[in-house]
Design a protein around this ligand. Structure first.
Ligand code: FPP
Length: 242
């Protein structure tokens, strides 16, 4: 099968289907992947980081404009310290790798979430990679220390700081961490759970949702194509009658 075409498609009734611009992933199942192999959870996250690189490249190959991954939630700090340290170590490795080894398939990076919890050294690496990647055509959001509710609170506080006394939906959208970006057309969650876990709470109102039992480290191009097939089979009405 050739690469998936996500451009506007003619439907049977002669209309066109909107293309998929933004795909988001909840990368779940790293711990179970490791457990199945008798390995420590940290090894599951290591395999998860490799899958993350692979799947972002797969989305670039399919010419998807924007990919968002949920790397670490505001709640994930409650995990054992050794696991948190392991994920942060992988994150720092990813930042160094991105800064030192330019790849053919690169993306313009944006971080979603409250970065005040990170050390000044990590924040500096984050700023450098955002700047260094700013010219790439495809975009990647890494949600790290991210929570959907925190995103909304942050937006509202920014509006208060601007002196607003009455706000619109557009005001909130334009003050979220995703400001200026399209909402996700499709959210994919691996690992067999059917929930959004505080991910893109405001932005997901009309997203199509795809849940798969595949554990994140096993996620393949074929699984991505399956999710894209599902997306093209959906009729998106956005609350209207078509
Ligand atoms: C959820 O699986 C996964 C996470 C909380 C961490 C995701 C992190 C990565 C994929 C790697 C690092 C990211 C970067 C940016 C390099 P889980 O641990 O909850 O799995 P389980 O439900 O099987 O226990």
């Amino acid at each position: 099968m050739g690469l998936f075409s996500l451009k506007k498609k003619k439907t049977e009734s002669g209309g066109t289907k909107p293309p998929l611009r933004h795909i988001a992933f909840i990368m779940d199942g790293n711990g179970r992947w490791a457990k199945k192999r008798g390995l420590p959870r940290e090894m599951g996250h290591k395999a998860g980081a490799e899958a993350f690189r692979r799947i972002v490249e797969c989305c670039i190959d399919r010419d998807i404009e924007l990919v968002t991954v949920y790397a670490f939630s505001t709640e994930n700090w409650k995990r054992p310290q050794s696991e948190v340290d392991g994920i942060m170590k992988l994150f720092v490795e990813y930042l160094h790798d991105g800064l030192e080894n330019p790849r053919q398939k690169n993306s313009k990076i944006r971080f979603l979430g409250d970065n005040s919890r990170f050390s000044p050294e990590i924040r500096e690496l984050m700023e450098r990679i955002v700047e260094k990647s700013s010219h790439y055509p495809h975009a990647l959001n890494i949600a790290i220390n991210y929570g959907g509710r925190d995103d909304i609170v942050y937006a509202v506080n920014s509006l208060i700081a601007e002196g607003k006394t009455e706000i619109t939906e557009e005001d909130i959208s334009s003050h979220l961490y995703t400001s200026g970006q399209p909402d996700p057309d499709l959210i994919v969650r691996t690992g067999g759970e059917w929930r959004l876990s505080n991910f893109l709470t405001w932005q997901s109102t009309y997203s199509e949702l795809f849940f798969t039992n595949t554990l994140w480290p096993d996620m393949s191009d074929k699984d991505v194509d399956e999710a894209l097939e599902f997306f093209t089979s959906r009729q998106r009405r956005f609350g209207q009658v078509k």
